[in-house]
Design a protein around this ligand. Structure first.
Ligand code: BG6
Length: 487
C-alpha cells in the first residue's frame, strides 16, 4: 500500500526544518551558515538536528563554531538561530528515533526534512519518515549523489515516491543555486549576439574544468564511496554542460526550464570507456576512511558528445580533480578558426569564450590582436568582464529558502537524474584503469593526450591575485581531523 502523504501546496511555507546528519561535515560547512543567513532574513521556525551522537548543547556549540567560521556574524542572529535548535539523538535505522522526532515536531504541519547523510542511508530515512507520520504534509531535500548508478537511482526514487509526492521532493545540486551558474543561462538567452555562433558550425569544442587545490581531507570515508565521477561529474558538471547546450526554454515556468534541460541531457551519449582517464593523487590512500588499496578516482577527464542538431560532432571535454594546481571552475567554448590563414600563423589558437564559475564570476572573450611592429603578427588577448566582489547569495541559502516555499526550479527532476546516470553508467567503478598523479599537477599526463586527441587544455585564468600551486612543492593533502560527512 502506498504510504504517500498529503500534499503541501507550492507557496505554502514549511514550518519546521529537520536535518539528518546534524553533526556531519556538510551541516557544519554549508547548512549552519545557510540557516544563519536565512534566520537573519526572517526564516522563523524550529530547527531540529538529528544525529547519533552528542546532545543539544554540543549541537548549539557546533552551530556557533560553524557561523564563527564565516568571519563576521551578528550576535543577535546567532542567538536566535541557536535558541531555535532542537535535538533528536538516535540511530538512522531505529524506528524510535522517528517516534521522538514526531513528538518534537508537534505543532508542525509542513516540516522540511534535509537528508545530509551518505547516500546509502537515504532509503532508510525516507521509509521511517513515512511510517512514523513525520512525512505527513512534509517536503524532503535529498543530497547528491542521488543513487550510485542508474538502477539504484530508480530504486531510491521508487522509495521516495512511496512516501512523498514529486512536488515535495527536492533533489539538491548546489551548483544550480550558484550565481555564476544561473548567469550562464541568463547570458545565453539575454544576449542576441551569441545565438548565431552557438552551434556546431562555429564552436569547435567545449572544455569544462572544475579544479580543486585541496584533497579529500576529512571526508575520506564519504569520498571513497563515491569518487570524482559520482561526486561532481554526474551532477554538477553535467548540469553545467546542460545549461551550455540546451535550447531556449519555452517560457519562464520552472517546468519549462526543467523540460529544456531534460531534453538535452537525454541527448548526451553514454560515455565510451575509452574516452575517460581516471586518476588518483599520491597520498589519497593514506587519508583516514579511505581503503588501503582504493581504486577510487580523485581525478577524471572525459569526452562527451551530444546528439542534437545544434551540437552534432562537437566534443565536450570535462575534467575535474582534487589536489590540482588551483581551485577554479570554468567553461571554455573554443570557436572555430577563420576559414583561411590570411596571416600564416599556423600555431595561433582560435578565439574562445570563457565563463569562470568560481571562485569569482568572470566572462572573457579570447581574441587575436596585432603585435606592434611591421610584421602582421598577432598575440592572444582576452577581453574580460569580472565581478571580483563575489556578492552572491550562498547557494545553500538560496536552495533551502526555495525548498521551504516549494519552488522546484533549481532542483533536479527525476528524469534528469536518470538521464545523467545513463551518461556515466559505463564508466563507474573500476570500469577503466586508474593512474597516479602528483598533488599540485593537472592530473595524469594522459588526460590531455587521450582525451583531447593530443591537443592542449587551455590554461585556466585564475581570479586576480589567485596563485597556482607549485607542482615542485606539492600541496600535501591535509590529514583528517574531523569526522566524515555525516553522523
Ligand atoms: C560538492 C562535492 O558537491 O561540491 C565536493 O561533494 C566539492 O567534493 C564541492 O568540493 C565543490 O563545491 P563548491 O561550491 O565549493 O565549488
Amino acid at each position: 500500500m502506498s504510504e504517500e502523504t498529503g500534499h503541501v501546496d507550492t507557496g505554502t511555507p514549511s514550518d519546521a526544518f529537520v536535518f539528518f546528519g546534524a553533526t556531519g561535515d556538510l551541516a557544519f560547512k554549508e547548512i549552519f551558515p545557510a540557516l544563519y543567513h536565512l534566520t537573519r532574513d526572517g526564516f522563523d521556525m524550529p530547527i531540529i538536528g538529528v544525529a547519533r551522537s552528542g546532545n543539544l548543547d554540543t549541537l548549539r556549540e557546533r552551530a556557533k563554531l560553524s557561523v564563527d567560521a564565516l568571519g563576521s556574524s551578528d550576535p543577535e542572529t546567532v542567538h536566535r538561530l541557536v535558541s531555535r535548535l532542537r535535538y533528536v539523538k538516535g540511530e538512522i535505522a531505529d524506528a524510535d528515533t522517528y517516534r521522538r522526532l514526531r513528538q518534537v515536531l508537534d505543532g508542525s504541519d509542513h516540516p522540511l526534512h534535509y537528508l545530509a547523510v551518505p547516500p546509502s542511508l537515504f532509503s532508510d530515512v525516507v521509509r521511517h519518515l513515512g511510517r512514523s507520520g513525520c512525512a505527513q504534509g512534509a517536503r524532503v531535500i535529498v543530497e547528491k549523489p542521488f543513487g550510485r548508478d542508474l538502477a539504484s537511482a530508480r530504486l531510491l526514487n521508487a522509495t521516495l515516491r512511496e512516501v512523498f509526492p514529486e512536488s515535495a521532493v527536492f533533489r539538491i545540486d548546489h551548483y544550480l543555486g550558484k550565481e555564476p551558474v544561473r548567469n550562464l543561462v541568463y547570458f545565453r538567452f539575454a544576449n542576441s549576439f551569441l545565438e548565431p555562433i552557438w552551434n556546431a558550425s562555429h564552436v569547435a569544442s567545449f572544455e569544462i574544468t572544475m579544479a580543486e587545490a585541496f584533497g579529500v581531507e576529512e571526508r575520506g570515508a564519504f569520498y571513497d564511496e563515491v569518487g570524482a565521477i559520482r561526486d561532481v561529474i554526474q551532477n554538477h558538471l553535467l548540469q553545467v554542460a546542460t545549461l551550455i547546450a540546451m535550447e531556449p526554454p519555452s517560457g519562464r515556468s520552472p517546468e519549462a526550464l526543467r523540460n529544456a534541460k531534460f531534453k538535452v541531457l537525454d541527448s548526451i551519449r553514454p560515455v565510451d570507456p575509452r574516452e575517460v582517464i581516471r586518476g588518483q593523487y599520491r597520498g589519497y590512500r593514506d587519508v583516514t576512511g579511505v581503503e588501503a588499496g582504493s581504486n577510487v578516482e580523485t581525478f577524471a577527464a572525459l569526452r562527451l558528445f551530444i546528439d542534437t542538431w545544434r551540437w552534432d560532432g562537437v566534443p565536450f571535454y570535462i575534467r575535474t580533480g582534487k589536489c590540482l594546481p588551483l581551485t577554479m571552475t570554468e567553461v571554455i567554448a573554443n570557436l572555430r578558426r577563420p576559414p583561411q590563414g590570411v596571416f600564416n600563423e599556423p600555431t595561433a589558437r582560435a578565439n574562445y569564450l570563457r565563463f569562470r564559475l568560481g571562485p569569482d564570476i568572470a566572462i572573457g572573450l579570447g581574441t587575436r590582436v596585432k603585435r606592434a611592429g611591421e610584421p602582421m603578427r598577432g598575440k592572444e588577448a582576452e577581453l574580460t568582464l569580472a565581478d571580483p566582489k563575489g556578492t552572491e547569495l550562498p547557494p545553500y541559502q538560496r536552495l533551502i529558502g526555495d525548498a521551504a516555499i516549494g519552488d522546484q526550479e533549481l532542483f533536479t527532476r527525476q528524469d534528469a537524474v536518470e538521464a545523467a546516470w545513463r551518461v556515466v553508467d559505463p564508466i563507474l567503478g573500476g570500469a577503466t584503469p586508474i593512474y597516479d598523479y602528483e598533488p599540485g599537477t593537472w592530473g595524469p599526463d594522459r588526460a590531455s593526450r587521450l582525451v583531447l586527441n593530443r591537443a592542449r587544455w587551455r590554461v585556466p585564468h585564475p581570479k586576480p591575485g589567485q596563485r597556482f600551486a607549485n607542482p615542485t612543492k606539492p600541496t600535501k593533502p591535509t590529514k583528517p581531523t574531523k569526522p566524515t560527512k555525516a553522523d
